[in-house]
Design a binder for this molecule. Structure first.
Ligand code: GDP
Length: 420
């Protein structure tokens, strides 16, 4: 079976959770390879409706092992809450494993994230305020605490007290309340106790799966435009949502990843700040947001919405080499007679299909083609050829402009509303 990476080809919220949940029905191992609880992967299946923040979207297959990979930053208190909620809905979580090398997102990271956003003022990034950026900063600065460190309680308490000496100075300097070392360590250790034996070395699990030729899914968070290196810096996340990082963040040799699915929404949305050339600022955008219910799964913030911008997934394809695209939310475009479709940017008097860096992209004006709409409800369609011809044309135009074939088509939020 191929090792498959599932990654976002736009700004995030493309519907990776739904695609992972669907493919996980046949998988043996599902690994989230980056990010923290700033994710909100929405999954709708026989158990109900879930917004998964840390837990891989494969958790609904009781036969699949679900791993929070070493590339993640994990808030143990948030994880324990999420596990309790899943259990309360009848979803077994015994098959969850947390990499002992994953970094812990500690309460001070949340406090520092909010402080940083506040102090940036008008230059704010629009983070979710969950502490993900500061947790990765500490990892890179060699101040991070890895998950295995909770096993030695005395040493863990010392590390917490030591880190808080400097973190509290920063918090107090900006007028925020300091954190109490004992309370902080108590809360994290209590959450760790709930996980117990599920904090493990995940490398042997991955090796065993590869030896057995098991189905392995690597689930990314956010999308290429929020990649730390290739996205719209500084309006990016603090890790790499590109498939290249799936190898590092899951702990799997790169040449074992043979299938890369780019998840792409049939139009565009973004949460947070930064350039978004095809953004709609008018009533058409408001109507699209309401009808598609484009509100952040993690924060409930209204998402910015706009027309499809082919340059974005094309750029993501250049970086990821998608073996296929999963186009989601095609059903949402049902009511339009004509659909604007971004194919190029006008930039300083010339036309381009390349992706410029952030502050140049801010000046880019989209050039649209107008594709015919299909004015039809797609519900119940089971085959691409059964779609209205204008919808088929829309998908073909995505394939032509992005350069990758469409392998899956989402026509509704439920797991079953997917054409394969
Ligand atoms: P993720 O973070 O990439 O998993 O995406 P989110 O879960 O944040 O946002 C995607 C939203 O689109 C969720 O509310 C999904 O339930 C919904 N969704 C996914 N695929 C489809 C689809 O094909 N049609 C419709 N109407 N909704 C979809």
């Amino acid at each position: 079976m191929p090792v498959t990476a599932i990654v976002g080809a736009q700004w995030g919220d493309e519907g990776k959770g739904k695609i992972t949940d669907l493919l996980a029905q046949e998988a043996d191992l599902v690994i989230r390879f980056q990010g923290g609880n700033n994710a909100g992967h929405t999954v709708i299946n026989e158990y109900g409706t879930f917004k998964l923040h840390l837990v891989p979207s494969g958790i609904f297959n009781p036969d699949a092992l679900c791993v929070l990979g070493p590339g993640m930053v994990v808030d143990l208190v948030a994880l324990s809450t999420e596990l309790r909620e899943l259990e309360a809905s009848g979803v077994p979580t015994a098959n969850l494993r947390l990499s002992e090398r994953a970094h812990l997102l500690m309460p001070w990271h949340v406090a520092l994230d909010r402080l940083d956003e506040r102090e940036r003022g008008r230059q704010k990034l629009g983070t979710t305020g969950r502490g993900v950026g500061p947790a990765y900063s500490d990892k890179v600065a060699r101040h991070g605490i890895q998950a295995y460190e909770v096993c030695d309680e005395r040493r863990f308490r010392e590390r917490v007290a030591h880190e808080l000496e400097t973190k509290n100075k920063v918090l107090e300097r900006f007028g925020d309340a300091p954190l109490d070392a004992q309370e902080t360590a108590d809360a994290v250790l209590a959450a760790a106790a709930l996980l117990g034996e599920r904090i493990v070395d995940t490398l042997p699990l991955v090796e065993r799966a590869l030896e057995r030729d098991d189905g392995v899914l690597l689930e990314g968070q956010l999308g290429a435009m929020r990649d730390l290196d290739w996205g719209i810096y500084p309006y990016v996340t603090s890790s790499n949502p590109l498939a290249g990082f799936a190898s590092i963040g899951a702990g799997i040799p790169p040449r074992r990843i043979t299938r890369v699915i780019g998840v792409v929404k049939a139009y565009s949305t973004a949460v947070g700040e930064g350039p978004f050339p095809t953004e709609l600022h008018d009533a058409v955008g408001d109507e699209l947001r309401e009808r598609a219910f484009e509100y952040g799964a993690s924060t409930g913030r209204p998402r910015r919405v706009g027309w499809f911008d082919a340059l974005v997934p094309r750029y993501a394809h250049r970086l990821n080499a998608f073996t296929e695209l999963a186009v989601t939310k095609l059903d949402v475009l049902g009511p339009y007679e004509e659909i604007p479709f971004g194919v190029a940017y006008e930039l300083d008097g010339r036309q381009t299909t390349d992706m410029p860096p952030t502050h140049v992209l801010e000046r880019a004006r989209p050039r649209y083609e107008r594709l015919p709409g299909w004015l039809a409800d797609l519900a119940g369609t089971t085959d691409r050829r059964g779609l209205p011809s204008a919808a088929q044309q829309y998908l073909r135009r995505i394939e032509e402009t992005v350069g990758a074939r469409v392998g899956m088509i989402g026509i509704g939020p439920e797991r079953t509303a997917t054409i394969l």
